[in-house]
Design a protein around this ligand. Structure first.
Ligand code: NAP
Length: 346
């Protein structure tokens, strides 16, 4: 019988952390939450997570929040540690099969390193430490045989496109970017945008810092460095491609010209769960909402599609909006559209 996966969540109250904790509730008996960490901005929320998931240990970076949480929880309660050292102790000492690294910013570096140095698998969302200290983190991961599993949707996509392939045969990584809410704005329009505008991301629902970083495209710069360290490629081999629909989450082009892409709906639940269950996959709430099944979002072409838009199969041309007036006339019930090119060839 499969053993329960023991989990520690660093950044448990954030967008990624909460999503992970909500998701695992759908798989009773498969995950056990051992440790939770946050800054402590909202002790009530931490208390609620403790009641739901019953971790053995909690760490809050804000030492003042430790007493508040202890008061809210009463007895019995998990061991509660405080300060940056508390976070490191939690990541290092709590037995876990996977540590989800989802603190925002530089504060995640030390606890994430502590998890790596104890050989735990790290599902890594917190990209800033990789940007700051990618060479140290990846060297430690190799030394301690700690798998680094990407959570960022683009890096999860690249990870999946690289599976079973030879790294030496990668020509380049195509890192997709939605372009954010200001993609179509002129420089003059940009002068009057507000924080609220920047927080209104067109395709992804995320925490505040990454959403603003996405609007300024700073996030894409961070992601190039993240890819550089996670996949051991020079930054020049990573090319950014703007893809506003966020359906293709990234691609890898190989030396023979083949491009392997990973597609899916814009839902962080998919890469989060994949990192937690790797190498297995579980059904997520997004299953069945595949963009391939969603006709409006990807151009569908008739399998017998003809090559040019000025001639060819009427169904294909109808999809492109280039039918002649005769072809758009209502057809008699029961009559079939014929493909002129196919009939000519016969
Ligand atoms: N959100 C996404 O969809 C997404 C996608 C890809 C990658 N990422 C990356 O994942 C990371 C987390 O992003 P997010 O959007 O989930 O952030 P978020 O919603 O702002 O949550 C941040 C989390 O970090 C905790 N935290 C902040 N400062 C801390 C400190 N000094 N010490 C300990 N904990 C601290 C917060 O605790 P409090 O609540 O107590 O303040 C909270 O739990 C970021 O590096 C981001 O780039 C996020």
């Amino acid at each position: 019988m499969e053993r329960m996966k023991r989990l520690t969540v660093l950044g448990a109250t954030g967008s990624v952390g909460r999503r992970a904790l909500e998701l695992i509730e759908h798989y009773p008996g498969q995950f056990r939450v051992e440790g939770l960490a946050a800054r402590g901005t909202n002790p009530e929320l931490v208390a609620e997570l403790c009641r739901t998931h019953r971790p053995r240990m909690v760490a809050l970076a804000d030492e003042d929040a430790v007493d508040v949480l202890a008061r809210i929880l009463g007895h019995p309660r998990p061991e509660i540690l405080g300060g940056a050292r508390g976070l490191v102790a939690l990541a290092r000492d709590v037995e876990a099969d996977v540590v989800l690294s989802a603190i925002v910013g530089a504060a995640g570096l030390l606890p994430t390193m502590a998890a790596i140095e104890t050989g735990k698998a790290v599902a890594i969302a917190n990209k800033e430490p990789l940007v700051m200290a990618g060479s140290l983190m990846t060297a430690a991961a190799r030394r301690h045989k700690a798998p680094l599993l990407p959570v960022d949707s683009e890096h999860s996509a690249i990870f999946q496109c690289l599976e079973g392939q030879q790294r030496g045969q990668v020509h380049r990584i195509l890192l997709t970017a939605s372009g954010g809410p200001f993609r179509r704005m002129s420089k003059a329009d940009m002068a009057s945008v507000s924080v609220e505008d920047a927080l209104n991301h067109p395709t992804w629902k995320m925490g505040a810092k990454i959403t603003v970083d996405s609007a300024t495209l700073m996030n894409k710069g961070l992601e190039i460095i993240e890819a550089r360290w996670l996949f051991g490629v020079p930054a020049e081999q990573v090319q950014v491609v703007v893809h506003p629909q966020s359906i293709i989450h990234s691609m890898v082009e190989y030396v023979d010209g083949s491009v392997i892409a990973q597609l899916g709906v814009a839902d962080m639940g998919i890469p989060i769960l994949y990192a937690l269950t790797f190498p297995e996959r579980r059904p997520t709430p997004a299953a069945g909402r595949s963009p391939i099944a969603c006709r409006r979002r990807l151009t569908r072409r008739h399998p017998r599609a003809c090559a040019t838009s000025s001639s060819g199969c009427p169904r294909t041309r109808a999809a492109r909006g280039c039918l002649s007036r005769r072809e758009t006339r209502p057809r008699r019930p029961g009559s079939r559209t014929r493909c002129p090119r196919r009939s000519r060839r016969r």
